[in-house]
Design a protein around this ligand. Structure first.
Ligand SMILES: *[C@@H]1O[C@H](CO)[C@@H](O)[C@H](O)[C@H]1NC(C)=O
Ligand SMILES: *[C@@H]1O[C@H](CO)[C@@H](O)[C@H](O)[C@H]1NC(C)=O
Length: 416
């Protein structure tokens, strides 16, 4: 067995055979349905399984903020805006809060961008507190559970920790007011203070039209073995490379920059999306935060995601069979990436490609306009529906209070 494995590696590594192999692997396979548990859940219809009440807030919490900076509609945290729009016209919306299973507060805490388009979450905690104060004084539902039947979309780097530097985010922790709420966020890292049990991990927003505009013919050969574009080092803050991406990206570069199987670079070519459709494997190493838009792009373009991010919690992990469609490589094993990837038997690669070709997989990664069944909006609702019914213990006894309204950094207590 072992010998065969090595013979196989040797064969695949020879350039000639690799080319033939790649030709074979590039031919788009017929799609394969995920049978059994996980995959089928993607096609669930949430309508009839939950009712959501959308609080009506003054426009300074949402629309006005967007008017100030329309770039918020296209940045990777835009899910907070699109989720709001989606819920307003969704059949799961109820106008009667008495019959609601879930309460949603439309507050765009991530839409405050630097000139370069990076979100600054410094005002987010005050804004969030202000919105919660408002809903809790104007409606009786927040105080009934201290927020346990409320959900919030917090797509920033470290979710409701509201800071883009990890140490600071950890120091802050999740905003105390959100302690009991369900958080819908891109951040997903096991055993991290910024990931609360019961959170729903979503993909970052990637513009669907833009990606669709770059689709190339399905039969195009996959002639690139491993593809990656992005930073390897944070030259400004961390020239040694041990801190940024926990050194995983630096290790990719140092080990494979001259390896002909690896098409890796920091340059972002105009053919980026097309190149992913010509690649067998697309590296998805962690960066500033563990999640990455690359994962979404890889799934959309049928390139097998190679996930290098120990303890990551991937989007909709209870519905998408990530182990079947992707390859997980431990951060410490990056130096063996070539051996690991060339040792994967062709039939396993073909199966992953067939599963990736399943439209429900791609659909679940996108927040399209107009919405489509099975898209990421629907997956969020499915996730919320799976948490029902609420345990009766979430309802507080008369006079009972769990949240401490003045906990957290003093700066957060200033009015917004
Ligand atoms: C809910 O509790 C907060 C904090 O104790 C209080 O200020 C607010 O008036 C309460 N809301 C209602 C509707 O009673
Ligand atoms: C609430 O938090 C503040 C600030 O951390 C603290 O001083 C206060 O004692 C806490 N109140 C209760 C009732 O725990």
């Amino acid at each position: 067995m072992k010998i065969w494995r090595w013979v196989f590696v040797g064969l695949v590594c020879s350039a000639f055979l690799l080319r033939i192999d790649a030709v074979e692997l590039r031919r788009r396979q017929p799609t394969e349905r995920i049978s059994g548990s996980a995959g089928d859940v993607l096609e669930d219809d949430p309508v009839g399984r939950l009712k959501v009440f959308v609080y009506e807030l003054p426009s300074k919490y949402n629309k006005k903020i967007l008017q100030k900076d329309p770039r918020c509609l296209t940045h990777m945290f835009a899910a907070e805006i699109f989720m709001h729009r989606f819920l307003l016209s969704s059949p799961v919306r109820t106008l009667n809060p008495e019959e609601a299973d879930w309460f949603y507060t439309p507050v765009y805490t991530t839409c405050d961008l630097t000139p370069n388009g990076l979100p600054l979450p410094f005002k987010s905690p005050r804004m969030m507190r202000s919105a919660i104060q408002l809903i809790s004084s104007n409606w009786p539902y927040w105080n009934r559970t201290d927020g346990a039947d409320h959900f919030f979309v917090v797509p920033h780097d470290f979710g409701a920790c509201f800071h883009y530097q990890e140490e600071k985010a950890i120091e802050r922790g999740i905003l105390p007011m959100l302690q009991r709420a369900t958080l819908v966020q891109t951040f997903g890292q096991r055993n991290h203070v910024c990931l609360k049990e019961g959170s729903i991990t979503i993909p970052p927003y990637a513009p669907p039209q833009k990606m669709q505009a770059h689709l190339i013919p399905e039969k195009t050969p996959r002639s690139i073995f491993v593809y990656f574009r992005g930073l390897f080092y944070d030259v400004g803050n961390d020239p040694e490379g041990g801190y940024y991406a926990r050194g995983a990206r630096a290790a990719v570069w140092e080990n494979f920059k001259d390896n002909p199987l690896f098409d890796i670079s920091t340059e972002h070519p105009t053919t980026y999306y097309e190149d992913m459709q010509r690649a067998v494997f697309c590296l998805c190493p962690l960066g500033w935060a563990p999640w990455s838009p690359r994962l979404v792009e890889a799934v959309i373009f049928g390139c097998i995601p190679v996930i290098i991010a120990d303890d990551i919690v991937l989007p909709f992990a209870d519905a998408i069979p990530w182990e079947d469609i992707g390859v997980f490589v431990d951060e410490k094993d990056v130096p063996n990436l070539d051996t690991i990837l060339t040792s994967i038997p062709p039939e396993v690669i073909l199966r992953k490609q067939r599963l990736l070709a399943n439209p429900s997989m791609k659909q679940a990664m996108l927040f399209p306009q107009p919405v489509q069944s099975g898209d990421a909006f629907h997956q969020v609702l499915n996730g919320l529906a799976r948490k029902l019914p609420h345990d009766t213990s979430i309802y507080l006894k008369p006079g009972e209070k769990i949240l401490n309204w003045t906990a957290g950094p003093v700066g957060d207590l200033k009015p917004w």
